[in-house]
Every structure is written in structure tokens, then in C-alpha cells.
Ligand binder design. Structure first.
Ligand code: ADP
Ligand code: MG
Length: 667
């Protein structure tokens, strides 16, 4: 049948991996290390853990599977719990940053990398686990076999480590793990024809252009192509929401008697898919559409490798991805929209050939492919700040972080940069040793500056001011900025009012005030709607705040440094921020232009979304949370400060010789 409406869980018997069940079970029994590779969708993530469970590995401890992204960990755990006929959180559970859905009974546990690292910190031999599966290992740090061998010492039964990857880097992985065997699941894919268009050339990187274009192409596919679902690749939540809105609107005016060629197609079901989406909505993505209805999923890159959606026959590829990159111009990590790599484009196209021959529509030109797209995607560890990785390694007792055997060695200057930042936040001392503060900081899944500020607040007894702010900064898009110009004006006005009501003269108190106001409201979702605030984002901020508070409470039971402060609340708040954000200080130079004090001396502007926008004339020194680089460099989430507050901290930006930190790291 064309539409498999049964949604039968026995589908798993049709997956390519099923043929190899017994062999895989045996291979894990026979080897301490194993690399498993196979085309995306072959069943690695959902099936292998179940096979190992059936083979009885659980009797020696949990089967842990790491995922590169939290959505993947959650949706996959959901799926597997269904396949194993248990409720989520019992035998099968997941743990991701800010969300632990496991119990005593959990034996198959999906989690993010960071979670596993934190477990290793607490228990270096991972005594609770029998098998650890590092899934989509090509994306991240994978520890060398010697590392795991060490973890195995002091255990009754040796730990099994399986590394899974869909890419061709398996030989490299095998070598890295001491030449362990590689198990390849033979693929079963159909040809995909790809077509370029001329819409996006090397110069068009404006988001409004490619959003409009993917919408147009998706509708063309819908009206002119035979039945089969569509998967659109876009960059992020706001672009996806915009595209979905446009699709809804345009799809309404389709006359299925005349406009659509395949008369079995009678409707379009539009579904967004991005990281911070509520889980109940994610489920729909995987369900087959009702008969006659074509499904159109508009997704981030998550649908390229981590999640496989069945029934996709058409791909619409925007050619862009939102990526965290280290920007050397400003010396910080910045979320940027960049062209995807050619290998990424092939991976995206491949999603259309899972069940039958498919088509891929690229909205970019061959010139764009040639001139703008790199051959391969650079692994994240090589393009982002390493502070969290380095601090974790140090807490794990790896002192020499320069010669540590990374799978994808980051450039030395990035390691040095991370050491410098950690030193500036007091997480390590001049000799590169982890401080007491550093041991506390490693527990928080937050950027180091923010953690530093939070811990400062906690030591002064005012964590209630900083916890909500940290939570609000950890979720995406609190403030809605509608596309429609009239609406946008209204939204801006509402946001400004909120700021005035808060009596806030900075963006951090604005966040605090929105958090508190909404929390106190009787009808929070209506309140959000009225004020152009994302209710969903706020809901996650509430939950993040609770979890950060739990971490803090746990740490406060250990011996926690306390200090005293005399002064008013507003100053207290801003001075706490300064302890973490003195690396992000700027001073107004002329007109509306500020100059950063970090040695880069970048010329920056206050972003229009800030409550301080247009009040530059009254400002002198400010700190900021992050940067947005377009044709200009903007600072976002800004707070005015007094020079006195950072005077003693600023020398730290320059005094330290990074080689001093690392030369110790070399010893
Ligand atoms: P791999 O890890 O090899 O890429 P997966 O185990 O993720 O493969 O996927 C195997 C199959 O399970 C795919 O056909 C996919 O569509 C299906 N699947 C995965 N997650 C879900 C889900 N949450 N709901 C329904 N089907 C799912
Ligand atoms: Mg997978």
C-alpha cells in the first residue's frame, strides 16, 4: 500500500540492521571496543540497544547511549520505550541537560554527551553501566581506548564500548580505538536525483530570501509531484516558524481539483521540527499522514543524521545551516548561518531515498555549490570554544590538555583560548590546576561566564536574582518579533513597556522581570500572548530554573564559599554579573559606537532588541551577554556598569600569558 497507516512497530523487523542481530550481539560479547557503521535510518540508534538488552547485557549494568542532540535523545527514547512496550522512564529512559527521565528500573538510557561526561566525573569507572554506546561519534570528542581501558580497571566485568557513526570516518575511529573491529550494516537505498536552481547565488545569504524560496519550491513540489512526503531543511526555529506560517497561508488557497496534478493528493500537513520543540508535537513528525494528505516537515539539520522520518520522497534544501562558530574577529563563539558542506548536502539529499527513488530540490545554484560550500563539515570541537571540554577533562584528571589524544584535534590556539577563559573565570589557577570554584563550575551546563556570575550571586546569597536570568539566557527566543511591520511596532512597544514597568535600565533585569511577572500571572499563556513573549520558551525557562536551582542546592550542601556585600540590590545584581562578564565589557567611544575591552577592540553597536537601544548617549561602560555579527557587530542583552566594578578585573584580560597556563599543561 502507498500509505502505511498501520504504523506497526514490527516495522523494526524490516530495518537493515535486523538481519545482523545475532552477529552484532556476538560481536559486542567478543570485543571490548566495536565500531558500527551504516546508512542513516538503518536502525543503529533504535535497535542495537534493544538487541544488547535482549542479549542480557542489562544484568551487568545499564546500557547507555549518547546522542549529539537533546531532541534526538528524547524522541528516540520515546520510540524505543514503545517498541519495548514499557512506559518512558521505566526500563527505557533518557537524561538530557535540564531533564532527567529515568528511574531505578532504567536499563536502557539515552543521554547527551554532556550527561555521560558528568557521570564519568561522579564515577570514573562507570560502575552502573555494562555497555556504553557513543552514537554519531563523528560529531564529537571520543575518548581513546586507553582512556576506557582505565575506566574498566576496578570493575568486576569489563566495560563494553561501541562507537556508531553513519559517516565514512570509521577507519579513523577504529584506529583511534586501538584497531578494533568495524561492523558495517549493508545499506539499502534508492537513487535520488538532485536539481539545482538559480534562486540562491554566492551573494544571497539573507534569511528572508531563502525562507521565501524554500516555501515556493515546497509548494511547487506539492502541486506538481506525485504523492510522497516532503522534508524541507532550514536553519533554525524562527526561520522554520516563518516558513510554516507562509506555507499554511498559501496552502489554503490551493484548489485541489485544478492546481494539483496528482489527484490522489488532497491536502498538505505542515509540521515544524527543531530542537526546542515540545515533545508531544515531535511525535506527530513520525506518524504517517492520513490517506490523501501529503506531509511536509520543515526541519533543522537534526533531520539529516539524528532522526529518520519515513516516507520522505522529496527534499527541499535551503543550503544553509545554523552553526556555532568561533569568530576570531570578535574572539567569541557565535551562532551563525553558514552554507552547508557538500558532504552535508549529499546527506540531506539521501533522506529522500530511504523507501523509494526520490528527488532533491536545491534552491541554490551550481555556482553556490562550487564557490560557497566546503567539501566537509568541520567537527564542532574544532570550531567552538573548548572551555567546557577542557574544564571537564581537567576535572577528570587529564592535566595535559594539549597532548591529550583527541579524535579530531582542535587547533592549539583554541585550547589556549579556552585555558585563558577558564583562568579568567577563576576555574583554573595560574598553573593550570582546577580551583575549588572550577570544581563547582563544571557541574553547570552553562557558559563559564554565566556560571561564574551565578556562583558569585549564590555566595552573596542573592541567587534568586541570577537563577532566572541564567535560565532565560539558556532558552531560545523569548521575545517574539513578528514579521509584519505593524505587528512588529506593537510588539516593540509592548516590550518597551515591560521594560519600563520593570523599572529596569538593563536587559538582564528585563529578563528577570518577564520571568517573575509571567510566573506570578494567573493566566501565564495569555499574558505571554498579550506581551509578545514565547510561552513555550518561558515554560522551558521555568523548568531550567528549577533544575539549575537543584544543582546549586546540591553544591551548597558541600562546603560552599560565602561572602558579604553591603550595597543596594541593583548594584549587587550588576556586580555579580560583572564577575562573569568582565570579559564582555565595552565602552562607548563616539555616538552610538562602543569599543570592546577584550584586546580585540571591536567596534560594536547595541542591538535594536535591547531596552538600551537609542539611549546610547547616556551610557559609558556596559557589559553584554553575546554578539550578533551581520554587516555590523551588535551586542545583545546589555547592562550599564560602573568602571569601578570591573577596574580590578580588567587587567586579568591581559596579564596572563597563555603559554604559562599551557606550559604547565605540557609538563
Ligand atoms: P539510524 O540510527 O541507523 O540512523 P534509527 O534507529 O534512528 O536509525 O531509525 C530506524 C527507524 O526507526 C527509522 O525508520 C525511523 O523512521 C524509525 N524511528 C526512529 N525514531 C522514531 C520515532 N520516534 N517514531 C517512529 N519511528 C521512528
Ligand atoms: Mg542514529
Amino acid at each position: 500500500t502507498k500509505w502505511d497507516t498501520k504504523g506497526d512497530l514490527d516495522e523494526s523487523k524490516n530495518l537493515p540492521i535486523y538481519q545482523h542481530k545475532a552477529t552484532l550481539q556476538q560481536a559486542v560479547k567478543d570485543n571490548s571496543f566495536l565500531v558500527v557503521t551504516g546508512e542513516t535510518g538503518s536502525g543503529k540508534t533504535t535497535q542495537l540497544p534493544q538487541y544488547l538488552h535482549q542479549a542480557g547485557f542489562w544484568s551487568n549494568g545499564k546500557i547507555g547511549i549518547t546522542q549529539p542532540r537533546r531532541v534526538a535523545a528524547i524522541t528516540v527514547a520515546q520510540r524505543v520505550s514503545q517498541e519495548m512496550h514499557c512506559s518512558l522512564g521505566r526500563e527505557v529512559g533518557y537524561q538530557v541537560r535540564f531533564d532527567d527521565c529515568t528511574t531505578q528500573d532504567t536499563v536502557v538510557k539515552y543521554m547527551t554527551d554532556g550527561c555521560l561526561l558528568r557521570e564519568i566525573l561522579a564515577d570514573p569507572v562507570l560502575s552502573q553501566y555494562s555497555v556504553v554506546i557513543l552514537d554519531e561519534a563523528h560529531e564529537r570528542i571520543v575518548y581513546q581506548n586507553k582512556w576506557w581501558d582505565k575506566a574498566s580497571k576496578g570493575r568486576c566485568v569489563p566495560l563494553k564500548v561501541v562507537v556508531m557513526s553513519a559517516t565514512l570516518e570509521t577507519d579513523k575511529l577504529s584506529v583511534f580505538l586501538g584497531g578494533c573491529p568495524v561492523f558495517t550494516i549493508p545499506g539499502r537505498t534508492f537513487p535520488v536525483t538532485s536539481k539545482f536552481s538559480c534562486a540562491i547565488g554566492p551573494k544571497d545569504t539573507e534569511s528572508s530570501v531563502y525562507v521565501k524560496e524554500v516555501v515556493k519550491v515546497a509548494l511547487d513540489v506539492h502541486t506538481s509531484e506525485m504523492a510522497g512526503d516532503i522534508l524541507v531543511f532550514l536553519t533554525g526555529q524562527s526561520e522554520i516558524e516563518k516558513a510554516c506560517d507562509m506555507l499554511y497561508e498559501k496552502a489554503e488557497s490551493i484548489d485541489y481539483r485544478y492546481d494539483v496534478q496528482d489527484h490522489k493528493v488532497e491536502g498538505l500537513l505542515i509540521l515544524p521540527l527543531y530542537g526546542s520543540m515540545p515533545t508531544d508535537q515531535q511525535k506527530q513528525i513520525f506518524q504517517p499522514p492520513p490517506p490523501g494528505i501529503r506531509k511536509c516537515v520543515v526541519a533543522t539539520n537534526i533531520a539529516a543524521t539524528s532522526l529518520t522520518i519515513n516516507g520522505i520522497k522529496y527534499i527541499v534544501d535551503s543550503g544553509f545551516v545554523k552553526q556555532l562558530n568561533h569568530n576570531s574577529r570578535v574572539g567569541m563563539d557565535i551562532l551563525e548561518v553558514v552554507p552547508i558542506s557538500k558532504s552535508e548536502a549529499l546527506q540531506r539529499a539521501g533522506r529522500a531515498g530511504r523507501t523509494s527513488a526520490g528527488k532533491c530540490f536545491r534552491i541554490y545554484s551550481p555556482a553556490f555549490w562550487e564557490k560557497c560550500m566546503p567539501e566537509y563539515t568541520v567537527p564542532e570541537i574544532q570550531r567552538t570554544s573548548l572551555t567546557a571540554v577542557i574544564l571537564t577533562l581537567k576535572c577528570l584528571g587529564v592535566h595535559d590538555v594539549i597532548r591529550f589524544p583527541y579524535l579530531d584535534r582542535p587547533e592549539e590556539r583554541f585550547i589556549l583560548e579556552a585555558l585563558k577563559q577558564l583562568y579568567q573565570c577563576d576555574a583554573i589557577d595560574r598553573r593550570g590546576k582546577v580551583t575549588r570554584l572550577g570544581e563547582l563550575m563544571v557541574e553547570f551546563p552553562l557558559p563559564p561566564g554565566l556560571t561564574r556570575a551565578l556562583l558569585q550571586a549564590a555566595s552573596l546569597g542573592c541567587e534568586d536574582l541570577l537563577l532566572p536570568v541564567a535560565a532565560m539566557l539558556s532558552v531560545e527566543n523569548i521575545f517574539i518579533r513578528p514579521g509584519h511591520p505593524e505587528k512588529q511596532k506593537e510588539a516593540d512597544k509592548k516590550h518597551r513597556q515591560l521594560g519600563v514597568q520593570a523599572g529596569s535600565c538593563n536587559d538582564f533585569t528585563m529578563l528577570l522581570s518577564v520571568f517573575e511577572k509571567c510566573k506570578a500571572s494567573d493566566a501565564p499563556s495569555a499574558w505571554c500572548k498579550d506581551n509578545y513573549i514565547h510561552w513555550r520558551a518561558l515554560k522551558s525557562a521555568f523548568s531550567v530554573e528549577t533544575q539549575l536551582r537543584e544543582i546549586l542546592l546540591r553544591l551548597q550542601k558541600r562546603d560552599f564559599p560565602m561572602e558579604k556585600f553591603d550595597g543596594n540590590k541593583s548594584e549587587l545584581f550588576r556586580r555579580c554579573l560583572c564577575t562573569g562578564y568582565f570579559t564582555n565589557v565595552a565602552r562607548r567611544s563616539v555616538g552610538k559606537v562602543f569599543c570592546t575591552m577584550d584586546g580585540h577592540g571591536s567596534m560594536v553597536h547595541i542591538h535594536p532588541s535591547s531596552t538600551l537601544f537609542d539611549q546610547e548617549a547616556q551610557l559609558d561602560w556596559v557589559i553584554f551577554h553575546d554578539l550578533l555579527v551581520t554587516s555590523r557587530i551588535y551586542i545583545r542583552t546589555v547592562c550599564p556598569i560602573r568602571y569601578d566594578w570591573v577596574k580590578d578585573l580588567l587587567p586579568k584580560l591581559h596579564e596572563v600569558d597563555v603559554y604559562e597556563l599551557s606550559s604547565v599543561a605540557r609538563e
